[in-house]
Ligand binder design. Sequence first.
Ligand SMILES: *Cc1c(COP(=O)(O)O)cnc(C)c1O
Length: 386
Amino acid sequence: MTATDTPATRLAHIARDSGRYDGLVNLPVQRGSSVLFPNAAALKAAGAHWDSAPYYGRHGTTPTFAFENALAELHDGYRAVVTCSGVSAITVALTAFLESGDHLLMTDAVYGPTRSFCDGMLRKFGVETTYYPPGQPAAALEPLIRPNTKVIYLESPGSLTFELEDQRGIAALARARGIKTLADNTWATPLFCKPLSLGIDGVIESITKYIGGHSDLLMGVVVGTKDTYPLFKKSAALLGQYAAPDDMYMALRGLRTLSLRLERQGKTALKLAEWLAQQPAIARVLHPGLSTHPQNAWFNRDFSGASGLFSIEVQSGLNSAKFVDALRLFGIGYSWGGFESLALPVALQGQRTRSALPAGDIVRFSIGLEDAGDLQSDIAQALGKL
Ligand SMILES: *Cc1c(COP(=O)(O)O)cnc(C)c1O
């Protein structure tokens, strides 16, 4: 396999080592805390490679390193560190760079629990967070930068309202000032966007979503460059971060079919988004791949595809709960990226401090692997209840 192979081909071949495992196609599940060494000298020598060869279970086993390296490779990164959830990956990445007295610039469209970590934990340890309005040209961030600003954090697109960031512009602005950039890339996965190649210093993804893909595990990853990876790994070790072997086996299994699922889910989602934009009850469709999306130019520049998550804003005055309750094929609940479709009534109150709230109710769809026509008919009948 080479870097020029297409993603589908790479996903079928990465992280395999059958010569090492009795010819088996897949990596084994290695459960373990203690790793034994033949003698005291070997134990001591192994300490120098604690982050790349089995040393103690918490720091990773051979399948862990293989899975991490696969994610790093897909991102054109140096190395990666897996953690027990997407949120834990976010905490690992932020605490790798920040210390007491530092300032953090954070997108106002950020995933709610990331905001809670900044306001509820970083603040306690003396790190101040300023939220910036999403979707602005990079220059709009300049006046918000302070001498003690250490990190600019992006989520592109935001996972409720789907504003994109000028990842290239912000990365360049930050780099010139010695500021580190982090991007939550859960929506795109490495198949559709590689923020490290746009100049971002660290990429965070919730593996729980598309890579897991089956709504049955929680895991996260931080992918770094040669400069930033050692800080991420150290932060993960200090925080006691770890991903469970059985979950990792399932995540790797999910990775094998990621391209197939994303292609199908993305295609169905775009089709539904275009159709929804024509419906009179809908005020706006929030999908970065639509030509009407305010940052569609950045989408075309930085992304090679769209996944299956997007939102609608219903006409103001309409009660979206009636619509959501009438859906037959969509589960009502959190998380996304699984094989099954979900609809979420979005409550933005308290989730935004620097941007105007939309006039109408927002409903977010995670489009699954169901037939596009069936999903459209279901949405059509539910819109009738509005
Ligand atoms: C779900 C989500 C996370 C957190 O992932 P968990 O694995 O549930 O902890 C982080 N970022 C985004 C954008 C998410 O949607």
